[in-house]
Design a protein around this ligand. Structure first.
Ligand SMILES: *Cc1c(COP(=O)(O)O)cnc(C)c1O
Length: 424
């Protein structure tokens, strides 16, 4: 068969084998292979609408992943599609200023309490990398404290694990990452104020920033312990380091102004992604005018992007963010997430902040840090739910993301299915 002839639709396995022959591991981001939950091959998504996706083999699944958080109004949201379609008709990229970039910046500055100036980029990885560069430039220091279990994208400096012993310099957690790069990344335990204080004591003079997810969403949902973020704020102020909140998940989700609005602790720099792009590749970082003007071209800190502030992405982002001015959206999200959390509570420990939550099945004690986690039984729950037409993240280290498209019946069906799988 000629390569250019469109073949009859492949079965899932045939498609998977074709992918394996062309793409490393068959996927463009590792978790999509669903290997961690014991699947031999993932499903392929053909389309989505609202709370549901449909696979290429014709299964309709209730989707609690929602592309890992961006889709606050669900799949194929009508207003977003119209905005993107209208934008596309006028040209997909210019690499020159467009009005919607200014409108989207306005929307972000209005919403996020600590942000006076914002720059748009194309991924959370890029936003985190750029924010840390700016923090290093502004403080003229190199070291960064991050937390085990927090994710900030895949830039070299963030792929660090704790070295042996307390508050030691990081070691690479992936081949290909130079040890010289992670040597400036100090990895602490989330919610461990004493550990961070010890690290600041040791490295304070050279410390550029403390980088944290103000509500952790990449080790399941782990809320900050009372006083944790406040302590980070004080440690930064005392040492001259900048506090950076990675609100890629929590931004526009736990409140319109993110965790900083909901919890009342203000960072120096904020990283945004996921919801801010309305389901298109767009992310952002922002902070005070004084800090942000240090970026080129007003300042000397280099940062750039051919597709930054892309016209389709700004159209999608604006369409979503404008609707999020309405507080009723957050009331609805809160109600739905609470209904799901309450319903799941009999099956283990449920941790929730706004519309991000995780069930740690069969567990009583809280999960406060990465070392508390046990993901061993999760695969069973995942596979059981998938058999029942419900798709949750193929990893225990993730959240459930209720959207405006998830109605009560779907929430209740999910609770029932979890009970069914767990045999209760
Ligand atoms: C998803 C995520 C990122 C990375 O964003 P990408 O767009 O995937 O590069 C960074 N930080 C947090 C907290 C995230 O959840």
């Amino acid at each position: 068969m000629s390569r250019s002839v469109k073949p009859t639709p492949l079965t899932r396995s045939a498609l998977w084998h074709r992918a394996l022959g062309l793409i490393p591991g068959g996927v463009n981001s590792p978790v999509r292979a669903m290997r961690g939950v014991g699947l031999d091959e993932p499903f392929f998504v053909a389309r989505g609408k609202g709370a549901h996706i449909e696979t290429t083999d014709g299964r309709r699944l209730l989707d609690w992943v929602q592309s890992w958080g961006p889709l606050i109004f669900g799949h194929a949201d009508g207003e977003t599609i119209e905005a993107v379609r209208a934008a596309a008709l006028e040209g997909t990229t210019f690499g020159a200023p467009t009005e919607r970039e200014v409108d989207l910046a306005q929307e972000i500055v209005d919403a996020v309490p600590s942000v006076e100036r914002v720059r748009l980029v194309s991924s959370g990885t890029e936003a985190a990398m750029s924010a840390v560069r700016l923090a290093r430039a502004a403080t003229r220091r190199d070291r960064v404290i991050k937390f085990a279990g927090c994710y900030h994208g895949h830039a070299d400096q963030f792929l660090a694990s704790a070295g042996s012993g307390l508050a030691t310099l990081g070691i690479p957690s992936s081949p290909g990452v130079p040890s010289g790069v992670t040597a400036d990344t100090v990895v602490c335990e989330y919610n461990d104020v004493d550990g961070v204080a010890a690290a600041v004591e040791r490295y304070g003079e050279g410390l550029a920033a403390i980088l944290v997810e103000p509500v952790a969403g990449n080790m399941g949902c782990v809320p900050p312990a009372p006083g944790f973020l406040e302590a980070l704020r004080l440690l930064c102020d005392a040492s001259g380091a900048l506090l950076i909140f990675d609100e890629v998940i929590s931004g526009f989700r736990v409140a319109r102004g993110g965790a900083q609005e909901r919890l009342g602790v203000l960072p120096d720099l904020t990283i945004l992604g996921k919801i801010v792009g309305g389901g298109l590749p767009l992310a952002a970082f922002g902070g005070s005018a004084e800090l942000m003007v240090q970026l080129a071209p007003s300042g000397s800190v280099y940062q750039a992007g051919t597709l930054s502030g892309n016209p389709l992405a700004t159209a999608a982002g604006l369409s979503v963010l404008r609707r999020l001015r309405d507080g009723a959206v957050y009331e609805q999200l809160e109600l739905r997430a609470a209904r799901l959390a309450d319903g799941l509570a009999p099956f283990g420990r449920v941790q929730r902040v706004g519309a991000m939550l995780t069930l740690f099945a069969g567990r009583d004690e809280p999960v406060e840090r990465f070392t508390d986690l046990d993901a061993e039984t999760y695969g069973e729950l995942f596979r059981g739910l998938l058999e029942r037409g419900i798709y949750v993240a193929p990893s225990q280290y993730e959240c459930v993301f209720p959207s405006i498209a998830h109605c009560e019946a779907e929430i209740d069906a999910t609770i029932e299915a979890v009970g069914d799988v767990l045999g209760r």
